[in-house]
Design a binder for this molecule. Structure first.
Ligand SMILES: Cc1cc2nc3c(=O)[nH]c(=O)nc-3n(C[C@H](O)[C@H](O)[C@H](O)COP(=O)(O)OP(=O)(O)OC[C@H]3O[C@@H](n4cnc5c(N)ncnc54)[C@H](O)[C@@H]3O)c2cc1C
Length: 605
């Protein structure tokens, strides 16, 4: 059956990227069709039941500030909340939450169901429909055709997915879910290159089979550090996570069975992330380490499943079983679901623009794991940005592109579309040049206004934020005016040993700010000098970013630039001299020649 209705957008996939993309466009007032393989698996957590963590926590906060759903969903379904890295500098503080993964799925399903502009439909998209260089719709495996002004592909690990456990392998997009088989061929037929990547997940254990009294307990923080500016006064009965370690016996079992690992036996061709190694990888690559941390994390309140964080593996089932049972506390552990590795097709992201629109096929956007990333937050952030860009286009507005000084999300997208990636891309704080400016505590300050302009943050939420900002300013004024000895509180706070909390605990300063606001203010005061220095760097960065490269530049006619550099410039098509400077292999000499060429073009005009 062919649908004659034309949607504003079709979203293929309802994972973390698909959900954010569809909600953004639908909330902007446009009709959206979401096509996904299983309408009961919405925003499923394929791997760890957690949101946030180092750098990912920053992105989850940024998604929230822009009006995305991930932060709110995490706050509503979280079972443990912590702020990581509290003992380190403020740039690397990071919120992390364990969530009830089943509640999270239900929450996101409800969000789609309740949105009047979304039609959620089960089906496998097997073809994209392209005409006059633009994507016009999709066709499903069952032969149904749907038309739209924009299509966003968010297919995750499903394209030609192949699951490995030891010597066994079977097609699958995720445990117990079928792969998507036709779409890869259609993408290739339309000139989109694909590569083969892989990722893996650990086994899940039965709660009752674990000797909890032998493990170290890790409790959540009180009060819980929430993700969303919209979450108020939620009481959470927090669950604990538990720590144990691998040991020499576990390592021996794994080492003796490496020949049965699909990874080491050469049965997996896909490339995995170096920074997210399987346990077999850790034991080979860090052979000198006597033990590795294993966190046992509940997957929800009403389930007996325990996630074994740090033990991602695709070893055969008997080896997983034997190796785990040598670990303290896991002597009687029963595996509910075995760990596995999965290979899938992904599209090198240099084929996309900063808006995540494909360079060859207009109105076709790619977001999430299909763009060679890994992780829920990375996927959700791209889904949201693709969604906002579709929304802007539908409204006839300028594209929405953040730069590297504004958000981790922008760092990720710029890295992807400018440099590409040879392995699944994950976000790290070290990837951001202006870390002190891109903190988790100031995400709202940086981005909430953009969310409002996109129509995803409401007037009331913006007003509440303005009120919070005024409270912070008032507090700052008070700190500047109140004296302690010869100093003001403001100057006193600049001392390394001084803390805002000590001032309030000792009743030296009375404050109406919550923990996050107080932390924001304290950081701004303590690091004022460093922040000012980064602001100068930001100015210089922006200057170079502003030097635009016109679309009509013909790189073949730029004198003096080598053939390889020309090929790279033609492939990436950088927007600015700044972006061109980040393309691997482009020298400062190439940039100068390019700048001269552009100046000549401009003077001729
Ligand atoms: C085994 C495994 C281990 C992982 N380990 C980690 C980890 O340790 N850490 C981490 O951060 N991340 C990990 N991930 C990755 C994480 O799950 C993904 O990065 C994240 O879910 C990607 O989100 P997404 O929205 O891009 O895709 P997904 O969440 O995979 O969602 C894809 C959606 O697209 C739908 N779909 C696919 N093809 C079609 C089609 N042709 N037609 C219609 N619908 C389609 C699917 O039904 C699904 O709804 C792992 C994933 C897997 C499978």
């Amino acid at each position: 059956m062919n649908s004659t209705r034309e949607y504003a957008a079709i979203i293929v996939g309802a994972g973390h990227a698909g959900v954010e993309a569809s909600l953004a466009i639908a909330r902007g007032g446009f009709p959206v069709l979401v096509l996904t393989l299983d309408t009961n698996a919405i925003a499923r957590m394929s791997c760890n039941p957690a949101i946030g963590g180092l750098a990912k926590g920053h992105m989850a906060r940024e998604i929230d500030a822009l009006g995305g759903e991930m932060g709110r969903a995490t706050d509503a379904t979280g079972i443990q909340f912590r702020m990581l890295n509290r003992s380190k500098g403020p740039a690397v503080w990071a919120p992390r939450a364990q969530v009830d993964k089943y509640e999270y799925e239900r929450y996101m399903k409800r969000a789609l169901d309740e949105e009047k502009n979304i039609t959620l439909k089960q089906g496998e998209v097997a073809e994209i429909l392209v005409g006059d260089g633009a994507c016009r719709g999709v066709r499903t495996k069952e032969g149904e055709t749907f038309f739209a002004r924009n299509v966003i592909l968010t297919t995750g690990t499903f394209l030609q997915g192949l699951i490995h456990v030891g010597e066994e392998k079977c097609p699958g997009g995720r445990r117990d879910e079928p792969p998507a088989v036709g779409l890869s061929d259609s993408l290739r037929a339309h000139g989109i290159d694909l590569v083969r990547f892989k990722t893996g997940t650990p086994p899940r254990l039965h709660r009752k089979s674990i000797r909890w009294n032998k493990l170290e307990e890790q409790k959540g923080d009180e009060p819980p550090p929430f993700f969303s500016h919209r979450t108020k006064n939620r009481k959470v009965d927090q669950l604990s996570c538990w720590l144990t370690y691998t040991n020499a016996e576990t390592h021996d079992i794994i080492r003796n069975n490496l020949h049965r690992s699909p990874l080491y036996a050469g049965r997996i061709a896909g490339i995995g992330a170096r920074y997210c190694p399987s346990v077999e990888d850790k034991i080979v690559k860090f052979a000198e380490k006597e033990r590795h941390q294993i966190y046992l994390e509940p997957e929800g309140r009403d389930t007996n499943e325990i996630y074994v964080n740090g033990f991602s593996t695709s070893l055969p089932k008997d080896v997983q079983d034997a190796a785990l049972r040598k670990i303290e506390g896991l002597e009687d552990a029963e595996i509910l679901r075995f760990g596995y590795a999965i290979e899938y097709d992904a599209a090198p992201p240099t084929q996309q623009k900063h808006t995540l629109e494909n360079k060859k096929i207009k109105s076709l956007f790619l977001a999430g794991q299909i763009n060679c990333t890994s992780g829920y937050e990375e996927a959700a952030a791209q889904g949201l940005m693709a969604g906002i860009n579709v929304l802007k286009r539908l409204r006839g507005e300028e594209p929405f592109i953040l730069d590297r000084t504004e958000a981790y999300i922008a760092v990720m997208i710029d890295d992807l579309v400018t440099c590409g990636t040879k392995e699944p891309y994950r976000m790290f704080t070290s990837r951001a040049e202006y870390r002190l400016l891109l903190r988790q505590d100031n995400a709202d300050m940086r981005l909430l206004e953009y969310g409002y302009q996109a129509g995803l943050v409401s007037e009331a939420e913006r007003d509440a934020f303005a009120k919070r900002k005024r409270a912070i300013e008032d507090d700052l004024k008070k700190l500047r005016e109140t004296r302690i000895g010869n100093d003001t509180l403001y100057h006193y706070l600049k001392r390394p040993e001084a803390s805002y909390k000590a001032l309030t605990d000792n009743k030296i300063h009375s404050s109406k700010l919550d923990d996050n606001e107080a932390h924001y203010l304290e950081t701004e005061i303590k690091y004022e000098g460093y922040i000012a220095r980064q602001m100068i760097e930001v100015k210089n960065f922006k200057k170079v970013e502003k030097r635009k490269i016109p679309d009509e530049v013909d790189y073949d006619t730029v004198n003096g630039i080598g053939r390889e550099a020309k090929e790279k410039l033609k492939q990436i098509k950088p927007d600015s001299i700044g972006q061109a400077s980040r393309i691997p292999g482009i020298s400062s000499c190439d940039l100068s020649l390019l700048a001269v060429h552009i100046a000549r073009l401009a003077s001729k005009k």
